[in-house]
Design a protein around this ligand. Structure first.
Ligand SMILES: [Zn+2]
Length: 339
């Protein structure tokens, strides 16, 4: 390996760990992903030390100097605008209102830093690994919440005027709980898409269903916590359990219904679904259920071209970047911007 090449690092700052990768000038990943603890709850200075450590490990592993890192991409688990974090989320209070992007750049002696949120970073990563893809890409990742990101043709994330775009979890859907109420979302509003497809939503649905007389003898009614029950529900669905399948089918249907509205706004051509379901063995079945909801709400032109019926106008794919996709996404963006 040439010792005078330039490299670009991607630093995905999560609630517990920093996942980091290095790409070279040609856009090839070099070395392995490095993971260190993030220490975000101890403040940004403590995290900067961890980022330094990640950079040392990344460059040390391939025998190049830190000075050969010509640009950094980083993503944070909070809304931010122009390098400044706007809300605390799971971070220490000192992150809010601080331009951590410029501070870290200064700490590195002026190496330029690009910063975005984790949803955009993951979308950029999915774009980067699809080397032949030239259109847009909408990523939706159900997890504790529902994250998302939109990459425009050419490979830039759409962040909005204030870095607040693509809060996909909080578009409204009309679906009501069995008591007739719109479910309350973690954001405080009612009827958000996230209140149906997040892990928190799954726990609510499991509790509602298991409290019914007809499910009193269901094996999940074993005294375990609702968190544990929701965690095990995927195994039950994979084994064909009727209740588990019904809960996931409803979730997939509502997810698809919400996706149809996003597709009507953005017409991305490609929708990538991430999150834990991407690794489950019933994911093909789940995607069918998403498709059912999508077809209920999306006009025919968002499914097939009216002039070339063989052409699918909205493709659905599972995320492929794995847990390094956000780090890969910001590393590639740094190379684009600073290379
Ligand atoms: Zn909400």
């Amino acid at each position: 390996m040439a010792k005078n090449d330039n490299y670009f690092a991607g630093l995905d700052i999560g609630g517990t760990t920093v996942k980091s990768v290095l790409v070279d000038e040609a856009g090839e990943l070099v070395g392995e992903m490095v993971e260190v603890r993030s220490h975000v709850k101890d403040g940004y200075e403590a995290t900067f030390q961890q980022l330094d450590q990640a950079l040392d490990q990344l460059t040390g592993a391939i025998g190049v100097s830190r000075s050969q890192v010509r640009g950094i991409g980083m993503d944070v688990p909070a809304p931010s605008s122009d390098g400044v974090i706007w809300a605390q989320a799971n971070l220490a209070a000192d992150w809010v209102g601080t331009n951590v992007r410029d501070l870290y750049s200064r700490r590195l002696g002026g190496v330029p830093v690009y910063m975005t949120n984790d949803g955009n970073a993951a979308a950029l990563g999915e774009y980067a690994v699809r080397r032949k893809h030239i259109g847009a890409l909408l990523l939706l990742a159900p997890g504790t919440g529902l994250g998302g990101g939109l990459v425009l043709p050419g490979g830039r994330a759409y962040e909005g005027a204030n870095g607040l775009a693509l809060e996909v979890g909080h578009i409204s859907v009309p679906h009501r709980e069995e008591n007739g109420e719109l479910p309350r979302c973690s954001c405080g509003l009612h009827g958000c898409l996230e209140a149906w497809v997040s892990l928190v939503a799954l726990r609510r649905r499991v509790a509602v269903e298991l409290s019914k007389p007809e499910h009193v003898n269901h094996p999940l009614n074993d005294g375990s916590s609702v968190e544990e029950k929701a965690f095990r529900l995927r195994d039950f669905a994979q084994q064909g359990d009727e209740l588990a399948i019904r809960i996931f089918r409803q979730q997939g249907n509502i997810f698809g219904y919400g996706i149809a509205d996003l597709v009507r706004v953005f017409d991305p051509g490609l929708v990538v679904i991430g999150g834990g379901l991407a690794e489950s063995s019933f994911r093909d079945q789940y995607l069918e259920w998403v498709g059912e909801g999508f077809r209920e709400r999306a006009w025919a032109v968002y499914r097939n071209s009216p002039v070339d019926p063989g052409k699918v106008t909205t493709e659905f794919e599972w995320a492929t970047g794995g847990d390094s996709s956000a780090a890969i996404g910001v590393a590639f963006s740094a190379r684009e911007m600073f290379g």
